[in-house]
Design a protein around this ligand. Structure first.
Ligand code: BES
Ligand code: ZN
Ligand code: ZN
Length: 518
């Protein structure tokens, strides 16, 4: 009996990954632990000034290697040196100086943590010299972001201490650059707590992370921070309120749906930014069931909600003082005798009816209620939704960029710029009237949840969402709104060097930067 109890009910909170690594910014010459040396391509010696504090035999070894051309320092390469009595070193290739960008530097920083093995120990010293502030900041950010792995469900081997590695990284730079680097490293660490949280939520298995468990974690977050309020609209309330989109998607599951609303600094005046996340904790497709291969990946179908929660955490950790709203639409999309069917017509919270032609196009249904609720109850200055919405977006943009749609050019440009700044590309996509027409020509309802054909599937999905953006009060103009389709960017692709695998925490940094300017 006890065994079954453990299978069906988890006691206590879900395990979480640790805090970001400790980064200490120094101006002294000491080398603590392994020396980490970032090098421009084809360097023949260490940057003048960076040799001080490095033991002569290690310095000789490094310079021999560079002179011989044994380490060319191409971008994305690393070499470990050991065996002298001068300590160990990790050489990191930055590529050509003229090709450097913040993203190259972030990825180079990530290479440090990705290359770190037992031999390097737990303490490292990165020696910068003659490096721009923005590049050092990006390098440090990359080290922090890549130092994450989701090992919560692995049984620990008592003899192996590699999995409890907690890195401590000293970073040294010139005196005049110290203050700026220390500030940027602190901000990166604060924001990384939000990225880590989003990754934890995205990686959590769907048997343990279901809608009301997400709500429970959100409530716990609210109760541990004075400036955060969390409200949950549960299944019964959603039904009473007429949230037909959320209820229709979630009712087929034993794990019932809910809506979670975060408010940060609610005592400050609005209107305020509002982030809305798709939170399908598992998407089987429902009655329009998906094929089995890779269905496990549909646990990430709540990454929009994970990012939303992560942004809230990042804002709190970085000390943001203004009001910000988050809203997540949580449901599990399951087939069952109580599931919605293709052919059903539902009435959404907006009052608009939707013909459900495919139960696998469920993200747009839950978001229709989320956007309408946010726009009519939460006083947003703008709304940005994030959703692993369509496979078609992955076809269009691969894993390199999220799709970005907006009814407001200024908001679109601001998000695009924030994404570029953070190396999280959001690529503009069209909201043609023709797509809206396609989605509003249902024979029997106001809107249909499936395009007429399969072409332009990510655009028709965005056009569907636009039907549920309310007007600004007293006007016939919609609230500024943007939609980010993160289906291709929410989990680890080989091209994303800032994450080992699994959930990426995509756009926590973009949105934190957009909202705070930090
Ligand atoms: N969650 C999926 C979209 C998805 C696909 C995310 C692949 C990540 C990777 C979404 O709910 C879905 O199933 N969309 C359908 C829509 C279609 C039925 C109109 C799709 O993309 O096939
Ligand atoms: Zn689906
Ligand atoms: Zn989905």
């Amino acid at each position: 009996m006890r065994r079954f109890g453990r299978i069906f009910k988890r006691h206590g909170p879900l395990p979480q990954s640790g805090e970001p690594m400790q980064v200490i910014v120094n101006t002294n010459e000491n080398t603590n632990g392994t020396l980490v040396l970032p090098l421009w391509q084809d360097s023949k010696n260490m940057a003048p000034g960076s040799e001080s504090g490095v033991h002569r035999s290690l310095k000789n070894q490094i310079e021999n290697i560079l002179v011989e051309g044994d380490f060319k320092a191409k971008a994305g390469t690393a070499m470990t040196l050991a065996g002298t009595d001068g300590g160990k070193a990790l050489l990191i290739g930055l590529g050509k100086e003229e090709d450097a960008t913040p993203q190259v530097m972030r990825e180079s920083g990530a290479k440090v943590t990705a290359s770190c093995k037992k031999i390097h120990g737990k303490t490292l010293t990165v020696k910068f010299h003659g490096m721009e502030d923005a590049y050092m900041a990006a390098f440090v950010e990359g080290m922090i972001l890549r130092d994450y792995s989701y090992d919560n469900y692995k049984t620990k081997d008592e003899d192996d201490d590699s999995d409890d590695r907690e890195l401590k990284i000293h970073v040294t730079c010139e005196e005049e650059k110290h203050a700026a680097l220390e500030t940027s490293a602190e901000t990166s660490s604060a924001v990384a707590t939000g990225v880590y949280l989003a990754r934890d939520l995205g990686n959590a298995p769907p048997n343990d992370l279901y809608p009301m468990e997400f709500a429970r974690q959100a409530i716990e977050f609210g109760s541990t921070h004075d400036n955060v309020d969390v409200k949950v609209i549960n299944y019964d309330e959603a039904r009473t309120m007429g949230m037909g989109g959320l209820v229709g998607v979630g009712m087929g599951s034993y794990r019932k749906p809910c809506m979670v609303i975060f408010e940060i600094n609610g005592d400050k005046p609005g209107p305020s930014p509002c982030i809305v996340g798709k939170g399908i904790t598992f998407d089987t497709g429902g009655i329009s069931i998906k094929p089995s291969p890779s269905m496990d990946e549909m646990k990430y179908d709540m990454h929009g909600s994970a990012t939303t929660f992560g942004v809230m955490q990042a804002l709190v950790a970085s000390g943001h003082k203004d009001r910000v709203i988050g809203l997540t639409c949580m449901a599990e999309n399951m087939p069952s005798s109580n599931a919605q069917r293709p052919g059903d017509v539902i009435t959404t919270y907006s009052g608009k009816t939707v013909e459900v032609l495919n139960t696998d196009a469920e993200g747009r249904l839950v978001l229709s209620d989320g956007l309408w609720y946010a726009g009519t109850h939460l006083n947003p200055s703008y709304m940005i939704d994030l959703a692993t919405l369509t496979g078609a977006c992955v076809v269009a943009l691969g894993h390199e960029a999220s799709g970005l749609w907006s009814n407001n050019d200024e908001l679109l440009n601001n998000i695009k710029e924030a994404g570029e700044h953070c190396g999280e590309i959001a690529w503009p996509m069209p909201l043609f009237k023709a797509f809206e027409k396609e989605m509003t020509d249902s024979k029997i309802a106001d809107v249909r949840n499936l395009g007429a054909g399969r072409w332009g599937g990510s655009n028709t999905a965005a056009a569907f969402l636009k039907q549920f953006v309310p007007n600004m009060e007293g006007t016939d103009e919609q609230i500024p709104w943007a939609h980010l389709d993160i289906a291709g960017t929410a989990w680890g692709a080989k091209t994303n060097k800032l994450v080992k695998n699994g959930a990426t925490g995509i756009h926590v940094r973009t949105l934190h930067h957009l909202i705070t300017g930090q």
